[in-house]
Design a protein around this ligand. Structure first.
Ligand code: ATP
Ligand code: MN
Length: 478
């Protein structure tokens, strides 16, 4: 196949007079002569100029939005505004027609809600081109960060028989006949006859398996899909999302917080460096979106300023107990503006509280530590006060919780006691407890929700717009 040059390369070229081949999809065709073409290599289009007096009229009619074309022509300096180069068409071939009457994307602004309904085609818009480029850059940067520090990328299972959080909300995996499953004598479904000989589900976290490896390899991370059947129809929850979970031996909560802060800053800096066009475009998109809002609800900083601000400032660190005091005395609490009022120590923080702390009180990312043990998972290290655990959540502006982590309870007796209190079967998790039986050591880790990170960096507002094929309640198209 004749070799094409990518549009990204052509736009930066000054090899005027040379013959080039451009392949891409038509975005617009104006004045019967200007074709704007995009091939995905950049969010910017290249303009091809066709001499309509010497081109078959039937061919010109096929230059519709969405059509795939191959153009051979001369790279010339552009006289028009807004572009440096353009292509003077010598030969035009339509690779695939796109019926203008039926193609749902028109050269105008579509709402994100509408595009969500045609998510199979939304890749062809500038917004989603930019979002998925940034998503890629962030994923790549995550691997680069850990690789540079000597972490091992560990693939934890997707199908598991354990519930890492002890919180339920799992998707079951079975090959039993749904209409007529085998039954035990007591009438329960007999999972002994299921594929794995036991009841299994899709993983909600790779942490427990990650700990097993960290207690030998030293420093590991996972980066894979996780699944939660939580019926929360919010702009921050998906049923299938990607999580990054490092686990580090011989680390305490301070090391853990520092690792998370370093990781976040590293990947944000990487996106700023490698995706300037995309982030500039997304900044403008967000400014447009914010114009719909009343003045006092608009963000103080634009997208790029917000990202740079995040790099330039240390995250604020305080305990849950200190945060509760701030929230109790806050204006929205006194004036009963919070949906869930903070009355006493022990309350779980809702997203409205997290966002108050980050956006109104501290105006920067916040790390909360030492939460009440009753609102946290069984494996978190217990503090001497008997009430709190060595947990940390990182809260981000516009997002709320982006990271959840802890120092792990490495003392077998205390861990077993806590599991019993929380009705977590110690026999089923014998393999997890073995790490505490044989050479136990302090260790810590966290989970970073990848889509929440992409939300933050792209300035998008709905988590369904930062994953190519969102899975949410009643949403599993494509
Ligand atoms: P939230 O309170 O926001 O539901 P969580 O406490 O359930 O979060 P963890 O179990 O600690 O979250 O998971 C670790 C990280 O995974 C979170 O900090 C968040 O970034 C991300 N996360 C959790 N649930 C979801 C979800 N349903 N969709 C997308 N990301 C999620
Ligand atoms: Mn949750």
């Amino acid at each position: 196949m004749a070799k094409r040059t990518k549009i990204k390369e052509l736009l930066n070229s000054s090899a005027f007079g040379s013959e080039v081949i451009v392949k891409g999809w038509v975005r617009t065709f104006r004045n019967n002569q200007f074709i704007a073409i995009n091939d995905g290599s950049t969010i910017n289009n290249i303009q091809a100029v066709v001499d309509y007096t010497n081109t078959d009229e039937a061919l010109l009619k096929r230059l519709t939005t969405g059509a795939a074309v191959s153009i051979t022509g001369e790279l010339i300096e552009s006289l028009g505004k807004g572009q440096k180069v353009e292509v003077k068409v010598k030969q035009l071939e339509i690779l695939g027609d796109s019926d203008a009457e039926k193609f749902p994307l028109q050269p105008k602004k579509h709402s994100l809600e509408f595009l969500r309904e045609i998510a199979h085609l939304r890749f062809r818009t500038n917004t989603f081109n930019a979002v998925f480029k940034v998503r890629h850059a962030l994923a790549f940067a995550v691997h680069q960060f850990f690789n540079e520090r000597g972490f091992v990328y560990l693939h934890t299972p997707i199908i598991t028989a354990s519930d890492a959080e002890g919180a339920g909300e799992m998707f079951r995996v079975t090959s039993l006949d749904f209409d007529n499953p085998p039954r035990t004598e007591e009438g329960h479904v007999d999972f002994k006859q299921d594929f794995f000989g036991k009841s299994t589900n899709l993983t909600v976290s790779g942490q427990l398996e990650g700990e097993l490896a960290a207690m030998a390899l030293g420093e590991i991370y996972t980066f894979g899909p996780t699944f939660r059947a939580e019926n929360s129809n919010t702009t921050r929850h998906l049923a299938e999302f990607w999580m990054i979970e490092p686990e580090v031996a011989f680390a305490d909560l301070n090391d853990n917080m520092q690792l998370a802060e370093d990781l976040l800053k590293y990947v944000i800096a990487y996106a700023l460096k490698t995706c300037p066009d995309e982030l500039e475009f997304l900044k403008t998109r967000l400014l447009e979106e914010e114009k719909q809002k009343p003045q006092d609800e608009r963000a103080e900083l634009d997208l790029l300023a917000k990202l740079n601000f995040c790099l330039d400032n240390n995250f604020e660190r305080l305990t849950y107990t200190e945060a509760i005091e701030i929230l109790k005395n806050s204006n929205p609490n006194k004036k009963k503006k919070f949906k869930y009022l903070i009355e006493s120590w022990g309350a779980d923080l809702q997203s409205e509280h997290e966002r108050y702390l980050v956006e109104k009180h501290f105006k920067k990312p916040v790390i909360l530590t030492d939460y009440p043990k009753d609102i946290k998972a069984f494996y978190m290290r217990q503090n001497d006060d008997g009430k709190t655990v060595r947990a940390m959540d990182i809260l981000f502006p516009g997002i709320g919780e982006i990271v959840g982590g802890s120092q792990r309870e490495e003392r077998l007796d205390l861990l077993e006691k806590r599991m019993n209190e929380m009705h977590i079967p110690t026999e089923d998790l014998y393999w997890y407890l073995d790490t505490r039986r044989f050479g136990s050591a302090p260790h810590a880790g966290f989970g970073l929700g990848f889509e929440r990170l992409v939300l933050f960096v792209t300035g998008m507002t709905n988590i369904r717009d930062v994953i190519p094929f969102p899975r949410a309640p009643k949403t599993a198209e494509f």
